[in-house]
Write a protein that binds this ligand. Structure first.
Ligand SMILES: [Fe+2]
Length: 314
């Protein structure tokens, strides 16, 4: 959108492209993302919560209006949770996935007769979801408090249903909780303990991406796109005024590099051109009035999204 402020250049001419196009990409991606910037782009299958759905689920919750789980008058710290639902190697956004949410109120109580703090939303065409709520209070589970948590059930056509919970970094009740303290195996909660950030409106913001098993979804081999290109890095992340994005194009193709906000709205178009097979660097100088918070960079090759990366404007 603001091409004059953006700059693209090639780097490391052709180095490594052969290795990348030879089918090594998923493992390389994992190795790279596990390293310096693990929280921005890990692509591990989302785990179930040890406590499953727990005792307080109510079926048939209403569809949220404007993504609002908590009414404006609901007591508590306002909080926005957003993210993206992706397939198993994060090459495909899952649209129209149902996100069924329930949580305790500020005092740690569930509404077990009605649908307060219960509702469903769906992912949009880019696979994004977002809901606004309040930070849940803690409640006693035996003699100890469960950490603040939100229950989430994700369902999408062709995918097995996934029921899990998210927690918040720094919660002193996490180490003593039988579910939130698990750090390996099928119930590993570590990727579900998310950081919260206070935005300029004094609202807590957190993002949580969901990776679900694509088996049986109808996604075929042609939907595995990391053989076409990928984003290697975006730095610094978090960024203040500008961010440098390194990406690779593996075959000559029409390439788009876009920045989206969490609602899936286009914020900037950094590249829109036929490019040769190369590695490239794009520098995005964010507009001065850009709101603090999370954004996504998306690499599209021949109109197909092949990769995305989450970035934080601080
Ligand atoms: Fe709960």
């Amino acid at each position: 959108m603001n091409d004059s402020s953006n700059d693209r250049r090639k780097f490391l001419k052709n180095t490594g492209l052969l290795a990348l196009s030879a089918g090594l990409i998923p493992s390389l991606l994992k190795a790279e993302t596990k390293g310096e910037d693990a929280d921005s782009q890990a692509c591990d299958k989302t785990t179930l919560d040890f406590y499953g759905e727990g005792p307080f689920y109510t079926a048939n919750a209403p569809t949220l209006t404007s993504g609002q789980l908590a009414s404006n008058t609901e007591p508590g710290s306002r909080m926005i949770i957003s993210g993206r639902v992706m397939n198993l190697d994060c090459t495909q956004a899952i649209q129209n996935a149902t996100i069924d949410i329930w949580q305790a109120d500020d005092a740690g109580a569930y509404d077990n007769s009605g649908f307060k703090l219960r509702g469903k939303t769906t992912t949009n065409s880019q696979g994004f979801y977002q809901f606004e709520t309040i930070k849940p209070g803690k409640y006693l589970n035996g003699s100890t408090f469960r950490p603040s948590h939100i229950h989430i059930k994700i369902s999408a056509t062709g995918f097995p249903e996934l029921t899990t919970q998210i927690y918040f970094q720094g919660d002193s009740s996490i180490p003593g909780d039988a579910a939130a303290s698990i750090t390996s195996g099928n119930f590993d909660a570590s990727a579900r303990i998310i950081p919260l950030y206070t935005n300029s409106q004094n609202v807590l913001e957190g993002t949580w991406d969901v990776v679900i098993d694509a088996n049986g979804s109808g996604l075929g081999q042609s939907d595995i796109h990391l053989n076409k290109g990928m984003i290697y890095s975006a730095s610094p992340n978090p960024f203040r005024d500008k961010i440098e994005i390194r990406y690779g194009v593996f075959n000559k193709a029409k390439v788009s590099l876009n920045v989206y906000d969490l609602q899936g709205q286009l914020v900037a178009n950094l590249e829109e051109e036929v490019l040769e097979a190369e590695k490239y660097v794009a520098t995005w100088k964010a507009p001065l009035n850009l709101k603090k918070g999370y954004y996504f960079i998306s690499l599209q090759i021949n109109q197909l999204q092949v990769h995305y990366l989450k970035i934080l404007k601080s």
